[in-house]
Design a protein around this ligand. Sequence first.
Ligand SMILES: *Cc1c(COP(=O)(O)O)cnc(C)c1O
Length: 417
Amino acid sequence: MNIKPFESKVWLSSPTMHGEELEYVKEAYETNWMSTVGANINESERIVCEKVGCNYAVALTCGTAALHMAVKLAGVKQGDKVFCSDMTFDATVNPIVYEGGVPVFVDTEYDTWNMDPVALEKAFELYPEVKVVVVVHLYGVPAKMDKIREICKRHNAVIIEDAAESFGATYKGAQTGTFGSYNCISFNGNKIITGSAGGMLLTDDKEAAEKVRKWSTQSRENAPWYQHEELGYNYRMSNVIAGVVRGQLPYLEKHVAQKKAIYMRYKEGFKDLPVSMNPYDEENSEPNFWLSCMVIYPEAMCKQVRGEQEALYISEPGKSCPTEILETLAKYNVEGRPVWKPMHMQPIYRMNPFVTREGNGRAKTNAYIAGGTVGKDGKPLDVGMDIFHRGLCLPSDNKMTAEQQDVVIELVKKCLR
Ligand SMILES: *Cc1c(COP(=O)(O)O)cnc(C)c1O
């Protein structure tokens, strides 16, 4: 197959608009509800509650703001350790630090690429005082919430779900965003439903929802003047943004179906290659398939070394690596991305504790970071690092055609030939 670069870029995940968005934005404009109050906000909150099955949704400027509010609700104070997923976007973790908390990273499992319940149990052995756990559903794949909930209950810990990537995904029939006490979704530009920006805090706790409504609008007390008893934030969603969200929400199911078709097409296309897709619990969960990812089998990896800013690899017949595949895709005007670099490997969080199934994972990891290669036995030193080494995100755009996707599949095959 003679492949030519695409004239217009094939995106990882770009906004997919339908027309209604503009109508609701126009309505906000024409009725002059241009601030942080209005029908678009109220309706978006109502529809999200209905879709997710939670009692309260509070529309905020972004998912990160929702996570910040969740961390406050959970009562995280200066110096408190908080367990959190390790392989994720830094927006999961930073809000803990905004409140003075200390993130303790819990290693990833191969089954779902989410927080490993075995490592979580280990983390409670090492740090029994911890009272808050932040769990991500990575790339739209639900974490093993039964086990995680059971462990947290036994240790009296509050769960915060970061469902920013998993809006519309279910675990044992319940939507993600209903398993924790305080949960978040995001309407960032590349998420499955977008407002161009925006996010929501989800909860069943009325008092918590009321607190977030107050905190997010500068914590005004009920007085004729600006009266303040608590620290405030300017985190409320604009009614204009909410117009985009409101117009998008009816398309959630359609977007999920499109994303699923993309995932299945990759799966089929790669079936004879030494790679697998990002896995999920097929019996108990239905992901939203936000991003399709692949991981190269260890035996099919060519040599790849990553420093802090650059990557190098040595091309080998029959083998490849994420760097080679991503560079190849880029040459053909296709956007891919490495999987999230684990938080315990990030310079900013290098001093934070990290717990694997075996306990403290720090000594080995720091040796790895210093040396920049796999361990002496040739084996990776922790699961997150291993998936980061071998995995990548494939273009998963709703508007990608089957023909375009076939070309992407062919390019991956070419790298592994
Ligand atoms: C996108 C994202 C967020 C943050 O959402 P914003 O709306 O961009 O602030 C948080 N966590 C994860 C895992 C995300 O992917």
